[in-house]
Design a protein around this ligand. Structure first.
Ligand SMILES: [Ca+2]
Ligand SMILES: [Ca+2]
Length: 74
């Protein structure tokens, strides 16, 4: 039963780590469909969805996301 207490702590720790660094495509892609919806990027500070969605198809590809965030890391 003690392991059950560890789970929420692990989730909180994981979330804080994810948001400690720069937002990453994989972190934001909550449903992991390989594209970011407007809802998914709502948590990304300073990212304007309409601007980032270069082809205007209503979702951000990893390429569009990287271009919008100018993330040169990784
Ligand atoms: Ca997604
Ligand atoms: Ca797009």
């Amino acid at each position: 039963m003690k392991k059950l207490l560890m789970l929420p702590a692990a989730l909180l720790f994981g979330a804080s780590v994810a948001f400690a660094g720069a937002d990453k495509f994989a972190d934001l892609d909550a449903d992991q469909d390989g594209a970011l919806s407007e809802e998914e990027v709502a948590t990304a500070e300073g990212l304007d969805f309409a601007t980032a969605d270069a082809d205007g198809n209503g979702s951000l590809s990893e390429e569009e996301f990287k271009a919008a965030t100018e993330d040169t890391e990784g």
